[in-house]
Write a protein that binds this ligand. Structure first.
Ligand SMILES: [Zn+2]
Length: 468
């Protein structure tokens, strides 16, 4: 027996325990076959058990079909929370969950859960999932592979004859993207028990002045509810949460590495700053002493942000002034007001907060030195970063080894629903390569072979954690 095969046999033995591998006749398989037009029955031979074979063709078809539920033409995808297309996409997901034999439940904001009961259903389940909403003119893989891939991971395990001890649960999170209501990771933040968000949503409206509750009711959620605390989950509701996602960065593709094992998720803080000066005529007001230029105050602060971020000495600290507006915005007028929005991120919360404090001190001294008023310095959000759980990353690493896939540890610089799930559950993320790291645009692409590798690693990791 070659080493590779011996590895497989060993892993199947360790993970599944050979005695529990039995022919598994799930009646839902037949419906799945009818539904999709491609066979999912695999011969129950030792080979199929060993290779954890993914139905790549079927998975690609599902990804393509889901991408057609879009408000903009292909290849772009636009799927906004609680829109008609979003409702159809949700139906598509619930249907697939049902066909995979999962029992489906939804909460008041439309987080969707599909559960496969384990032999010991009283134990905290192992969960996995992601989102399917898409910002305007984005691609078809962001989030989607973590939902469709999770359902396929369940199918893979069912086909292999695996029997979970802890139940396995697939979650589709509501509104990871902030498009409609300006709140990112809305569903997972609520699941993690954000009382501030539950309060905020009572008075949140979209750009058309439609309230969050009206929009939710249009999609069939939040009926007869005044608040959303029913969505909160207790800490410990899951023994583990894992998200499969495209990297949205170039590293895995450049290195030709199959899998990224995420060790930490950086978290952003956003800050809004306003300076006010006296303005005046660009020709008439003389430079020395008599000017208090709100535009130069903003420019000085923007450069200070760069300086403080670089001073941290870590490549993981980043800062960006993405918005800088001057008022009145005329070439011959000294800016009387300026507005900046600053995004700073790190995987180390303390280090990031040091940067925020330096930015604050700098804004105060710039205002004093330049005689401008610091009329606002507001930290809009300051989410803590999250570290992956060691047991979960170890399970992922050994899954990669047993499946003979190359992997590397990495951090996630974008944030995900996992950041919030980490508040109530041990968390881990699996990254797969994507073309040039593109995301949030129609050119976003992940090869089905890479997606299938991610699904196999996810399936094996779920299996290991289910038995833990
Ligand atoms: Zn995403």
């Amino acid at each position: 027996m070659d080493t590779k095969l011996r590895g497989f046999v060993l892993s199947v033995y360790i993970v599944f325990g050979l005695p529990v591998i039995t022919a598994h006749n799930d009646p839902s398989n037949k419906i799945m076959e009818d539904f999709s037009g491609y066979p999912i029955h695999e011969p129950q031979s030792q080979d199929s058990l060993l290779s954890l074979s993914v139905d790549s063709e079927g998975l690609q078809k599902q990804i393509d079909e889901l991408s057609t539920l879009s408000e903009t033409p292909a290849p772009s995808v636009t799927r906004i929370l609680y829109s008609e297309k979003d409702v159809l996409a949700r139906r598509f997901i619930k249907n697939l969950m049902g066909l995979s034999g999962l029992s489906v439940r939804e909460d008041a904001v439309g987080n969707i859960f599909g559960r496969w009961d384990g032999d010991e259903p009283e134990l905290a389940p192992v969960s996995t999932g992601s989102h399917i909403d898409a910002i305007p003119y984005s691609g078809k893989y962001d989030g989607v592979i973590g939902v469709l891939g999770a359902i396929e991971a369940i199918n893979v395990l069912k086909r292999s004859g695996f029997k979970p001890k802890r139940s396995l649960e697939v979650i589709m999170f509501t509104s990871e993207e902030p498009t409609r209501f300006g709140i990112s990771c809305l569903g997972s933040r609520l699941l993690a028990g954000s009382k501030e968000l539950a309060e905020l949503l009572k008075k949140t409206v979209d750009s058309q002045n439609i309230s969050f509750f009206d929009a939710a009711r249009f999609a069939g959620y939040a009926n007869h509810l005044q608040d959303l605390t029913s969505v909160f989950l207790e800490k410990g509701s899951y023994s583990a949460f894992i998200e499969l996602h495209i990297e949205q960065g170039p590293i895995l593709e450049e290195e030709a590495t199959s899998i990224g094992v995420v060790t930490a998720i950086a978290a952003p803080a956003s800050i809004k700053v306003d300076f006010e000066g006296s303005g005046g005529h660009a020709g008439a007001v003389l430079m020395p002493m008599s000017r208090n230029d709100a535009g130069l105050a903003a420019a000085e602060l923007a450069l200070a942000v760069e300086k403080f971020v670089l001073e941290s000495g870590s490549i993981d600290t980043v800062g960006t002034v993405g918005i800088l507006e001057l008022h009145p915005g005329a070439i011959n007028s000294i800016p009387s007001k300026s507005h900046l929005e600053i995004d700073t991120r790190d995987i180390d919360e303390k280090r990031r907060n040091v940067v925020i404090e330096k930015i604050h001190q700098s804004a105060l001294s710039i205002s004093e030195n330049r005689g401008v008023k610091l009329s606002e310095f507001k930290i809009v959000n300051q989410d803590p970063p999250a570290l992956s759980d060691d047991l979960i990353t170890m399970a992922m690493e050994s899954a990669c080894q047993e499946l003979n896939l190359t992997f590397r540890k990495m951090i996630s610089r974008a944030y995900h629903d996992s950041l919030f799930m980490a508040r109530i559950s041990p968390m881990g993320m699996i990254f797969i390569p994507c073309y040039k790291g593109y995301s949030h645009k129609p050119e976003e692409f992940a090869a089905i072979e890479d997606i299938a590798n991610g699904v196999r690693v996810l399936a094996l990791t779920l299996a290991k954690l289910s038995l833990a």
